[in-house]
Structures are given as C-alpha cells and as structure tokens.
Design a protein around this ligand. Structure first.
Ligand SMILES: Cc1cc2nc3c(=O)[nH]c(=O)nc-3n(C[C@H](O)[C@H](O)[C@H](O)COP(=O)(O)OP(=O)(O)OC[C@H]3O[C@@H](n4cnc5c(N)ncnc54)[C@H](O)[C@@H]3O)c2cc1C
Length: 406
C-alpha cells in the first residue's frame, strides 16, 4: 500500500513531463558536452542555442501566432531547470527568450514590434538582451540617466547600460529609459532596438566569476534614433504607471532565475551523490557515512523547499498571467540561497576534485553566484518581503497585524 493517500497539487501533466524529458535529452546530448569548452573560452552559447531551437525548445512561451507554443511560466521553468542542470550559460539564452524581452513585447508592444521580433526569437535567430542597470542605478533603478529627447515624431536615445547579459551576442536590446520631463520613477518607459543600429556600441564585456559563456556587456547609446515603432511602453513624466508594468514583468524573469538555480543545484546534488556512492574509503562507500548523509539531507531539503515556493508562484501565475510579486520574491530568495548551499556543499563532498576545473561542480558554484545578483539581488527581494510582512501582509495570512493574540 502506498504511503501517501493525497495528491500532489503541483504534479506535472503528461505534456509537462514529456517537455521535461525532451529538455533533459537535449541538455545531456547537446548542452553538457559543450559546457566546459564554452566556460573556458567565454564564447557565447550559439551552438547550444541552435540545438535548443532545432528541438523547438525556444518556442515554449511565445504565442502561437508568432510561431511559438504559447505555454506559461511552468513550462518555461521546466525547460530552464533541465538546461541549467547541465549548463547555466546555455540556459540563460532560453531565459532571455522565455522571460525576457519577448514577453514584454508580446504583452505590451505594438503589432509591428511583435512581427519584427517574436518569430525570430521563437526560432532562435534573434536574441534580445536587457539594458536596465547603469553604473549609478542598480537596485535603485529609478536613478537611471539613460534618456530620450524629443525629435520630430520620435526621439533620440542617449545613455549607458553596464550589465546587459549577452548584449554582445544579441541582435536586439530592450532599454529602460526616461521620457522627457520625468524624474525618479516618473516617466520611465522602454524601447526595443537593434544592436546594429547607428549609435549603439559595445563599450566592454565583463570578465565575471561565472556564466563565462553568457557574460554581461556594456552598451552605449549615442544619439540613437528612436521611432514610434520602437516604443515598447511610453513613460509618462507625471506618473509611474509604465515603470510599474515593467517591474511586474521582472517577476517572470525572477521565476526563471529561480528555476535555473534549482536546476544547477539539482545537477550538483546528483553529481555529488553519485560520487559518494562510487568513492570507497576504508572498505565502504562514502555515501554510507551518516555525517555525509546529513549533508545530502540538508541539501535536498533546501532544494525542495525552494522548489515548492517556486511552484506556488508559477501555479498562481496560471497559464497566461504573471507570477505574483511576494511569492516570487520568496521563491527567488529561497532558490538563490539553496543553490549557494547545495553547490558549495556538493563541491566539498568531492574533496579536492570538487575544486578542480575538470569536474563540473566548481562551474555550477561560480555560475549560480551571479544569479544571486541578477534579476534583483537577494537583499532587494528581502526588502520587498520584509516591507510586506512588517505591514502585516504575508502570503497566507493577510492582515493579521492589529489582531489580538490570546
Ligand atoms: C550575472 C549577472 C547578470 C546580470 N544581467 C543583467 C542584465 O541582463 N541586464 C541588466 O540591466 N542588469 C543585469 N545585471 C545587473 C544586476 O541587475 C545588478 O547588479 C543588480 O540589480 C544590483 O545592482 P548593483 O550591481 O548596482 O548593486 P547595488 O544596487 O549598488 O547594490 C550593492 C549591494 O547593496 C545591496 N543593496 C542595495 N540597495 C539596498 C537596500 N536598499 N537595502 C539593502 N541592501 C541594498 C545590494 O543587494 C547589493 O548587495 C546582472 C548582474 C549579474 C551579476
């Protein structure tokens, strides 16, 4: 008789399970074998993107009218988890396609912009990077200086974005910028332009600790002509409405970030567990040592806790919605922290080999470290959760503050 008599509210459908199997097969055959080489060379993951495109994996979230499958955040998360289990850098290409600019373009963009970009993103020919962060505007994004000035029916764009993941490999870039007359969060909107457009230049490529194959570029915008067709969402200098819509879209990206953390950490846990079973010391496998089993237990618990929080946020989004901010902030924080713990301990469990570049664990450890900063730092998520809790708003108990506890 089975131990459990209930049902798993987050169980995958047959279609979702099939998608996971497909993604895992591509990850094992096409992504994992290339990960080390691209990590060493820093070459963007173009062959990996081609392999994902050939398997139709990049079509997951984009609407059917543009050649996609029109699935939601759950399916995006499944693919990201499986690809990141083999290689975070390759998963980042899919993350930009699923949870980056194409989503905003589909939800907010004008028809001409949708036609221009979405079919190419769905088949892997186009990649759009994201330009939000500036040297003096990271967590405090409302301090941004990148600005539009009016010119005829359009604008000119001037500014500098210093952390645009894969900006050096992308054909387009979504730029958050300030509309004339705006200050603070008022008047922030966004445009989408080609990276080959006159006035856009690559100012540098970061030499980061991890995600070497999907590192961040510095992009400069010097009097770039912006037409009405390039406007994703116009900023209104009198209010923050466009800014808030842009912020809400980041919840997709945060769930994708959490998925990649969970995927990479799952891969690390599996690898370390296999190693402990194979490594015989003093006549028995290391996996039989209770001290090490406790480590594995802590890793598995951290990972499952994060996974459950993520699944809640994804299921609340539904097939076509946006994951809610509070649940998303909790999930991203838990996934970032779980990945740090799991990848660190997995490396430790391999002893000296874990620290060696010949084994994939130190790469996963370096890669997930960057994910703890991208898409809003852990501290930014904690600020949001903490502000809500301090006001008496938690996810399962809204408004308990002020009640008497007897
Ligand atoms: C791998 C990677 C990929 C990235 N990809 C992109 C991308 O594609 N596009 C893009 O636009 N940006 C990208 N970024 C930039 C990223 O979004 C920023 O690094 C992040 O928002 C933090 O901004 P900052 O680096 O300026 O740090 P700061 O905002 O200066 O923060 C420094 C430290 O202070 C903490 N802190 C800041 N404010 C507060 C506060 N109010 N309360 C408590 N703690 C606070 C932060 O959490 C952090 O620990 C990427 C970054 C990384 C590492």
């Amino acid at each position: 008789m089975s131990e459990s008599h209930g049902t798993d509210p987050y169980a995958e459908t047959d279609d979702q399970a099939a998608l996971r199997e497909l993604a895992r097969g591509i990850a094992d055959r096409e992504i994992a074998p290339r990960a080390h080489e691209h990590d060493e060379s820093g070459e963007p993951p173009l062959p990996q993107a081609k392999a994902m495109a050939a398997a139709d994996l990049l079509r997951v979230t984009i609407g059917e009218q543009w050649g996609g499958f029109g699935y939601g955040d759950i399916e995006a998360s499944i693919v990201l988890e499986e690809i990141a289990r083999a290689d975070v850098s390759a998963a980042i290409w899919a993350q930009l396609t699923f949870n980056g600019p194409p989503r905003g373009i589909e939800h907010l963009g004008p028809p001409a912009m949708q036609e221009r970009w979405l079919p190419g993103c769905a088949n892997g020919d186009e990649l759009i990077s994201i330009g939000i962060t500036e040297p003096d505007a990271g967590s405090a994004v409302q301090e941004m200086r990148t600005t539009l000035t009016a010119q005829g029916a359009g604008f000119r764009l001037n500014g500098y974005k210093n952390y645009s993941t894969l900006g050096h490999a992308a054909s387009g870039v979504l730029v958050w910028c300030r509309w004339p007359g705006g200050s603070g969060a008022n008047g922030i909107g966004a445009v989408v332009i080609e990276t080959a457009r006159p006035g856009v230049s690559l100012a540098g490529i970061h030499q980061s600790m991890g995600v070497h194959a999907a590192t961040e570029a510095e992009l400069a915008f010097d009097d770039v002509e912006i037409g009405p067709e390039d406007i994703l969402i116009a900023g209104d200098p009198t209010n923050t409405s466009a800014f808030k819509q842009l912020l809400a879209h980041l919840n997709h990206e945060r769930c994708g970030n959490a998925s990649m953390c969970i995927g990479a950490a799952s891969g690390a846990l599996e690898y370390a567990t296999r190693y402990l079973n194979d490594r015989v010391i003093g006549g028995s496998p290391l996996a039989q040592r209770q001290g090490l089993q406790w480590k594995l237990a802590d890793m598995a618990i951290a990972l499952d806790s994060a996974r459950l929080l993520l699944k809640r946020a994804l299921h609340l989004a539904g097939p076509a919605g946006t994951p809610p901010a509070l649940e998303t902030a909790m999930a991203k924080t838990a996934a970032n922290r779980a990945a740090k713990l799991v990848c660190d301990d997995a490396m430790q469990l391999l002893g000296g080999y874990g620290y060696s570049r010949e084994y994939p664990l130190e790469r996963a450890y370096r890669d997930i470290r960057g994910l703890c900063m991208g898409a809003g730092t852990i501290e930014a998520q904690l600020n949001y959760v903490g502000t809500n809790v301090a006001r008496g708003r938690t996810t399962n108990s809204p408004g308990w503050i002020g009640q008497r506890f007897e």
